[in-house]
Design a protein around this ligand. Structure first.
Ligand code: ZN
Length: 268
C-alpha cells in the first residue's frame, strides 16, 4: 500500500533522505500549475553515486540544469503552485512511463550508468514506488482538488535542455513541447515569437509522445487539461540572473495568456 509507506518500511529512501516531492506556493491562486520532473539531482543514500564520478552527476544527464531556480522564481512571481521532484532522472526518470526502457537509463547521451546495469525488476519497482509514484500521486491529488474547488488548471511542465547534445549545437533559446492540446501551445508560441529576440522551437528540441513522456500525456491530455511543456536552454538559466530574467519574462507572457484565456487568479 503506497499510502502507508513510511521511512521505516522503506527499502530505498532512509530517514536521512529527502522526500521526493518538493512543493512551493501550495495555496497559490494562479490558474497555472507548474510541474518539474527533473528539478533535482539527489540520489538515495543506499544507491551511492550510481557508479558515476561527480562531474557526470552535475551534468544535464542527471537533471535539468537551471530549472529549479527558474521554476521557483516563476511560481513566486505568478503566485502559482509548483510541484517538483528532487531525485535525479538517473535514479528514475519521472517523465518516462515506467514501462519505457529509458525510465531507469543504462545509457544517457554517451555515459553508461553502472548503478543501473542488471537492475532486478523488484529494484526497479522499488524506485518507482518510492520516487515516481509519490510525485505523480501528488500532482493527481492537486488536479483533483482544483477541479473539486472549480478552479481552472493550466498545466505547465517545466524543463531545460542542454545546448549541445551528442556534439550537435541547438539553436533555440526556448521551445514548447506538446502533442494534443491545441489551446496553450499556439498562444505560447505566438507570444514567444513576438518577443523578437528569441529563437523559438515548435516541438523542438523535443516533441511529446505517449511512449516516452509521462507528465503531459497522463496529467494533462488524458484529463483534458489545457497543457504544454516549456524547454529553456540551460546556458541561459545557469546562474541567478539568468533564472530571474527568464522567470520575469515568462511570468509576463503567461500572465497575458491567462488573461486571454479568461482564467484570472481565483479571488482570495
Ligand atoms: Zn526535463
Amino acid at each position: 500500500m503506497d499510502s502507508e509507506l513510511t521511512r521505516e518500511t522503506s527499502l530505498l529512501l532512509g530517514v536521512n533522505d529527502d522526500s521526493p516531492v518538493f512543493e512551493q506556493n501550495t495555496s497559490g491562486r494562479s490558474p497555472f500549475l507548474f510541474t518539474s520532473d527533473h528539478y533535482g539531482r539527489l540520489i538515495p543514500k543506499v544507491l551511492g553515486d550510481l557508479g558515476l564520478p561527480e562531474n557526470e552527476l552535475v551534468r544535464h544527464i542527471a537533471w535539468d540544469i537551471g530549472i529549479a531556480g527558474t521554476a521557483e522564481r516563476l511560481s513566486k512571481l505568478l503566485d502559482a503552485h509548483l510541484i517538483a521532484q528532487r531525485y535525479s532522472r538517473l535514479v528514475i526518470d519521472c517523465n518516462r512511463p515506467p514501462r519505457a526502457a529509458s525510465s531507469i537509463p543504462i545509457l544517457s547521451e554517451a555515459t553508461t550508468i553502472p548503478g543501473n546495469e542488471g537492475l532486478s525488476r523488484e529494484d526497479a519497482e522499488i524506485r518507482r514506488r518510492e520516487i515516481f509514484d509519490p510525485y505523480h500521486r501528488r500532482i493527481d491529488e492537486i488536479i483533483d482538488q482544483r477541479a473539486h474547488d472549480k478552479r481552472p488548471t493550466l498545466l505547465l511542465s517545466l524543463h531545460s535542455f542542454t545546448p549541445v547534445y551528442t556534439g550537435v549545437a541547438r539553436p533555440w533559446h526556448i521551445g514548447t513541447l506538446y502533442h494534443r492540446d491545441r489551446t496553450l501551445p499556439p498562444l505560447l508560441l505566438q507570444a514567444l515569437r513576438a518577443e523578437g529576440d528569441l529563437v523559438v522551437g515548435d516541438n523542438e528540441p523535443y516533441a511529446v509522445n505517449e511512449e516516452t513522456d509521462y507528465t503531459i500525456p497522463v496529467h494533462g491530455e488524458a484529463r483534458g487539461l489545457v497543457t504544454t511543456g516549456i524547454e529553456i536552454r540551460q546556458d541561459l538559466i545557469a546562474d541567478d540572473s539568468g533564472q530571474q530574467q527568464w522567470a520575469e519574462r515568462l511570468a509576463r507572457i503567461l500572465g497575458e495568456i491567462a488573461a486571454t484565456l479568461g482564467t484570472t487568479p481565483a479571488s482570495a
